[in-house]
Design a protein around this ligand. Structure first.
Ligand code: PEP
Length: 249
């Protein structure tokens, strides 16, 4: 089964409304492959979701950067999955390493969030990835397998899930994984899905790479057979994001 190339842009905690409007303007003016060939999803901060939804071209979709683990209520500062659905936001990023590391989100908590978001009808970009210390000690696969297991336990239907492999040492550092390093982990993750979930899910689930992807390094990464797209941070705020969207064509 063909896996449609997927390019996500994680804007993180950046931008003013004027800056956001500028980004949307160059996104809207860009000539990119058809949505039949490449799925593009941008992820502005919560406060700009409605603005971006109003202005953004209809062939690009929008993701929130997080949501609460359960139904909303007395959870000051949180945003619920129901609210995102109510706003017409189809996607959410969950388990980003910045939240795992800075806000102590555990594997179990991330897995719970993924499960709840899916039950509410959101599509999920679920992130996994090892730290430099874990890579250097040889535990990369054990770490990403444990993270994926906690997520997989909460998924009954994988068609609304994209798995993002984002090595922590590559995020925002300018140290991109080599195409061989990315391919190695992606193919191991696919093998993990094959053995622990099933052959159809392994063959159809998009596994995307994130970590210092830019206009110059994207094509070589995109050429790897198990790299089904990207989650892009810094470069998604710049026009080179368009080159990344085109990298598989
Ligand atoms: C990210 O935050 O998901 C990311 C991949 O960031 P960057 O592209 O800036 O490394």
């Amino acid at each position: 089964m063909g896996r449609k190339f997927f390019v996500g842009g994680n804007w993180k905690c950046n931008g003013t409304s004027d800056e956001v409007k500028k980004i949307v303007t160059w996104l809207n003016e860009a000539e990119v492959p058809s949505e039949d060939d490449v799925e593009v999803v941008v992820s502005p901060p919560f406060v700009f979701l409605s603005l971006v939804k109003t202005l953004l071209r209809s062939d690009f979709a929008i993701a929130a950067q997080n949501c609460w683990v359960r139904k909303g209520g007395a959870f000051t500062g949180e945003i619920s999955a129901e609210m995102l659905i109510n706003l017409g936001i189809p996607w959410v990023i969950l388990g980003h390493s910045e939240r795992r590391l800075l806000l102590n989100e555990t594997n179990e908590f991330v897995g719970d969030k993924v499960g709840y978001a899916l039950t509410q009808g959101l599509k999920v970009i679920a992130c996994v990835g090892e730290t430099l210390e874990q890579r250097e000690s040889g535990s990369t696969m054990a770490v990403v397998a444990a993270q994926t297991k906690s997520i997989a336990e909460h998924i009954s239907n994988w068609s609304n899930v994209v798995l993002a492999y984002e090595p922590v040492w590559a995020i925002g550092t300018g140290k991109v994984a080599t195409p061989a390093q990315a391919q190695e982990v992606h193919s191991e993750l696919r093998k993990w899905l094959h053995e622990n979930v099933g052959p159809e899910v392994a063959a159809s689930t998009r596994i995307i790479y994130g970590g210092s992807v830019n206009g110059a390094n994207c094509k070589e990464l995109a050429a790897k057979p198990d790299v089904d797209g990207f989650l892009v941070g810094g470069a998604s705020l710049k026009p080179e994001f368009i080159d990344i969207i085109k990298s598989s064509t």
